[in-house]
Ligand binder design. Structure first.
Ligand code: PMP
Length: 296
């Protein structure tokens, strides 16, 4: 694969940074994980919500005062060029990162450099296996310490602690509570519950990332099912009382949860319906207002 790095296209072996970079030493970077799906019938690649991802990357950099010289359009063109240059007509996962390539401190005022890495990814699996989940004893980082709304590498240390804990107890996925005791999110995805046909998800001020997939699901529920998603402070007990629970995120797509702690969910009908519509959306087969998909 050809990467975009230090303002040129290079082989993976040439994309090297200093071991003393603050990105290595302190996890100082902001990044996006983006998926592009290959639509076999129409022979085109749809990059899902590219504008939203670039916008969030630039916002994350701004909040951490990470300086750089890249405009929105520049990054968008560099992503397209990377996809084209690699001649990819498969499903792709793209990592887009602003990082520091030279040695420096955590308070560095150097300019960050842009890295774009494409990976071949597995195709969307509509029959995804449901996961067992457990509330972690680790609290989610919060807006008074390290805001989860900034998508920075260092945030994933908090994710690692929680995921490691529940994995070692035999569960597939950790769920965080926030510092107010409400449910926030999973280590790398957002969470929804369905109760009596209504959809609920933790509000943006529940210590969550402003997930792009979460917005897509809200649009699907609104525009396809003609219902409003309730964005609230949700308690653990709300999830215990739910009929269905699912996770969403760029990497995990839509994945049902089969159990939370000792509670088992018997149903997944509406979750499967959301999965089906999401699948059509990411292949560019349906259009949702407030969303954009780009053809290459
Ligand atoms: N929360 C966290 C902590 C994440 O890392 C991710 C993955 N980016 C998400 C939620 C889902 O966000 P998105 O839908 O934008 O991928």
């Amino acid at each position: 694969m050809i990467y975009y790095f230090r303002n040129e296209f290079v082989e993976e072996s040439s994309a090297r940074i200093s071991v003393l970079s603050p990105s290595v030493q302190y996890g100082l970077n902001v990044f996006e994980g983006i998926r592009a799906y290959y639509n076999l019938e129409e022979n085109k690649i749809n990059v899902v919500e590219l504008n939203s991802h670039i916008y969030r990357l630039l916002e994350s950099a701004k909040f951490l005062n990470i300086k750089h010289s890249y405009s929105f359009t520049f990054i968008r063109n560099a992503i397209w060029d990377t996809i084209k240059l690699n001649n990819l007509n498969t499903d792709i996962y793209l990592r887009v990162v602003l990082l520091f390539d030279n040695s420096g401190s955590w308070i560095t005022q150097d300019e960050a450099t842009l890295l774009i890495v494409p990976f071949n990814s597995s195709p969307f699996n509509i029959l995804k296996s449901p996961l067992s989940a457990k509330i972690s004893s680790w609290e989610r980082i919060n807006g008074r310490s390290l805001p989860p709304r900034i998508k920075a590498g260092a945030n994933y240390l908090n994710s690692r602690l929680a995921q490691q804990e529940v994995k070692s107890s035999g569960f597939d996925m950790a769920i965080f509570l926030n510092s107010n005791g409400f449910v926030s999110e999973a280590p790398g995805s957002c969470i929804f519950l369905i109760k009596n046909g209504e959809f609920y998800t933790p509000s943006l001020n529940s210590s969550i990332l402003g997930s792009i997939t979460r917005s897509i699901v809200i649009n699907i529920v609104d525009q396809i099912l003609n219902k409003k998603v309730f964005e609230l402070n949700l308690e653990r007990i709300d999830f215990y009382q739910a009929n269905e629970v699912f996770l969403c995120g760029t990497a995990i797509e839509i994945t049902p949860i089969k159990s939370l702690d000792h509670i088992v969910y018997e149903e997944d009908t509406l979750t499967r319906k959301i999965m089906k519509v999401y699948h059509d959306f990411i292949l560019g087969k349906i259009y949702l207002n407030n969303s954009e998909i780009f053809d290459l």
